[in-house]
Design a binder for this molecule. Structure first.
Ligand SMILES: *Cc1c(COP(=O)(O)O)cnc(C)c1O
Length: 391
């Protein structure tokens, strides 16, 4: 390895770079998690999480990855043999489906081409057909991190309501929360799943579920077994800011700081910044004469952009050149997209100039790796940023 100067450019769509303020906030001695000082921290972060999810209801924080919080959503609301409706939006939808199937859930998995989000019209049609109310939940990925396409959660909620169907709405906003607009209560989501290392700008290690009253009621009668993930066990001590087992204290200090940063910026401003950075990235892709993977403009992700490699060129070979020459990590294509796309993360602690640095690295990398492209992507991105475009 050659010695590197300056900062590594971590431009994968999670984990995202951890701001210095958050790093400093975590530089703390570990405290007694049953003592009074912890109770204060616990109450602050639990309240702060409600503000970020935009909910009045409880948010549970696990020492876990996002995958753990996925499991929490399933085992607290569903029963073996239940049917759920899911959409093949990409790799993460496929993995969540696999998990549900392992818990004995029957998944009606609507096929997709990995280039758009879940279709609200299909949600409505499927639920309207289901007069016996066999479908217990609609499970959707808010921001499909493998493709850079979002699903329109508010429209999916409206589709469920039009069908007058009682199914729960379970949403994975693991890579959406803190970057893409998310309104838990207003959108009538029953369980939202997230984790620390994407839009929340923290290291990996925290998983979250935001829970509606309807989901809480379901958790009292569903029959899947659980222990570590049991909401009831968590919510009791959470009422006073405490946890039933040892929480990730150090990460919670970081979470408190990250929430403070998001509140200082303001959620509407934060969402607008992500949209502007995403629009500039797409302008760059267009400038290079390359293709954005997402084909539905209303569903472009503000979090990341997946770029289709020209035919006959390997995205991983290109990413290797970028890492070696410019010390920048770009996201790999996952599963069936391996080698076919690379992903540019523009989430969390990212601003105009960090984005321009990243896009310069991509443009220089395309040249260095002999990938056919036009120059001018970086210029197009600057023009987009200076125009204030966010669509
Ligand atoms: C990252 C991610 C996950 C998995 O989270 P882990 O922390 O790796 O378990 C699930 N869904 C989406 C949409 C993600 O982006």
């Amino acid at each position: 390895m050659t010695a590197r100067t300056g900062r590594h450019f971590l431009h994968i769509p999670g984990p995202s770079p951890v701001p210095e303020r958050v790093m400093r906030a975590m530089d703390m001695p570990v405290i007694d998690h049953r003592g009074p000082e912890f109770g204060q921290l616990g109450r602050e972060v639990l309240e702060g999480c409600r503000a970020i999810f935009q909910t009045e209801g409880p948010v549970v924080i696990y020492p876990s990855s996002g995958t753990g919080a996925w499991e929490s959503a399933i085992v607290n609301t569903l029963s073996s043999g239940d049917t759920v409706l899911m959409f093949e939006t990409g790799h993460f939808a496929t993995l969540w489906r696999q998990m549900a199937a392992r818990w004995g859930i029957q998944v009606d998995f609507v096929p997709g081409d990995w280039r758009r989000g879940a279709d609200p019209a299909v949600v409505e049609a499927k639920l309207a057909e289901d007069r016996a109310h066999r479908i217990k939940a609609v499970m959707v990925i808010h921001n499909e991190t493998s493709t850079g396409a979002t699903s329109r959660i508010a429209e999916i909620r409206a589709a469920i309501d039009r069908a007058s169907h009682p199914a729960l709405l379970l949403v994975d906003t693991i890579s959406g929360l803190g970057s893409a607009e998310y309104r838990h209560d207003e959108w009538g989501v029953d369980v939202a799943v997230s984790c620390s290392q994407k839009g929340l700008m923290l290291p990996p290690g925290l998983g979250f579920t935001a829970i509606s009253e309807k989901a809480l009621a379901a958790s009292k009668t569903n029959t899947l077994p659980r222990s570590y993930w049991d909401w009831a066990e968590m919510l009791k001590p959470n009422a006073n800011g405490y946890f039933p087992y040892t929480p990730a204290t150090t990460l919670l200090y970081g979470l408190r700081e990250a929430i403070a940063m998001m509140r200082e910026e303001g959620l509407p401003e934060l969402f607008a910044r992500h949209r502007r950075l995403a629009a500039a990235t797409r302008a760059a892709v267009q400038g290079w004469g390359l293709e954005v993977l997402c084909q539905e403009p209303a569903e472009y992700s503000p979090v990341l952009t997946a770029v289709v490699m020209p035919h006959g060129h390997d995205a991983d070979a290109f990413r290797k050149v970028v890492l070696e020459q410019f010390d920048m990590s770009l996201g790999a294509g996952l599963a069936k997209l391996a080698g076919k796309v690379f992903r540019i993360g523009h989430l969390g602690e990212c601003n105009e100039l960090t984005l321009m640095g990243a896009l310069s690295g991509v443009e220089m990398g395309l040249k260095a790796a002999d990938v056919p492209h036009q120059r001018g992507g970086v210029l197009a991105a600057m023009t987009s940023l200076q125009s204030g475009r966010d669509d």
